[in-house]
Write a protein that binds this ligand. Sequence first.
Ligand SMILES: Nc1ncnc2c1ncn2[C@@H]1O[C@H](COP(=O)(O)OP(=O)(O)OP(=O)(O)O)[C@@H](O)[C@H]1O
Ligand SMILES: [Mg+2]
Length: 322
Amino acid sequence: MSTTQRFDVSATFGVKAPRGLEIEGYADETHPNVPPLQPYVFRRGLNAVLAFLRDAGGDALLLTGPTGAGKTSLIRQVAARLYWPVQEVTCHGRLEFADLLGGFQLLQGETRFVHGPLALAAREGHLLVLNEIDLMDPAELAGLNDIVEGAPLAIAQNGGEVIRPHRKFRVVATGNSAGSGDHTGLYQGVLRQNLAFLDRFRVLQVGYPDPESELSLLAQQVPDLPAEIARKLVVVANEVRRLFLGEQGADGLPAETGELTVTLSTRTLVRWARLTVTFKGAPNALAYALDHALTARAAAEERTAIHRIAADVLGPLWSTHA
Ligand SMILES: Nc1ncnc2c1ncn2[C@@H]1O[C@H](COP(=O)(O)OP(=O)(O)OP(=O)(O)O)[C@@H](O)[C@H]1O
Ligand SMILES: [Mg+2]
């Protein structure tokens, strides 16, 4: 039996929280499935995640929102701080429910049943994190319905093994759509999900962080970048996002595509900032880094438009070295 411990929310996550507010996690910080600790700026949605971890009440949790906004890293970094082991899977169109359960493998000359991520998570009380869940075939996901609600998992292939879900077993999914398919054509391979399956999820929208949060995460992750430049990179990112998103639909995804088909996500912003530091001293370090980070994969006219925004915002910094 693995032992648990209580964590003070405010001290553990660096957020304002009522005094004495705690959350139960695990005691063994050396468990190999605890994700590595990385800096992360926690935002309001943290509460919803913690409430879910405290008591899932038969639900799963879906984190949805645009690419590179911090969905996967949110759940990983919460788990890292609570020493909560994670079984992480990246979904794709050919992933089957049976792959999550496990299968027979040849081990040292013997064929043995090896438990998959779902079976392990349910048995051991780990988080099952299903990334890009909307790329998976809905028919395969339906197999998760009962176990999410707490019903035992039966593994017929393994001699009818039955796993009763551990009280700390949780299912968390991430995806760019909220399950109703992609209306924009920007997210290739997104499938419309099954209504009965979605009905089992609490949904948390993870949008791009506000400028203040992005500034503090840049300061954490790229401390060598001067604050004045960091502030301007965040302004550029927000301007590019505004043109990308166009009008936003109810699910947080663009209802119609905006003027740009590439966006400057938080992931790309961090990359741009890092590369700017890497190339510092070179002529046009900011432009070169932006190309490397994003615009080299954009169409020529979009690249021009994004560079024009950056030039306007950064002023003289744009053409000199950072
Ligand atoms: N709140 C945050 N604090 C610190 N870093 C962040 C934060 N949000 C995003 N990041 C940075 O952005 C990167 C991308 O985040 P993440 O992989 O979680 O995005 P995602 O929403 O899962 O994207 P995708 O939909 O493409 O899978 C992280 O590796 C991290 O560097
Ligand atoms: Mg992700």
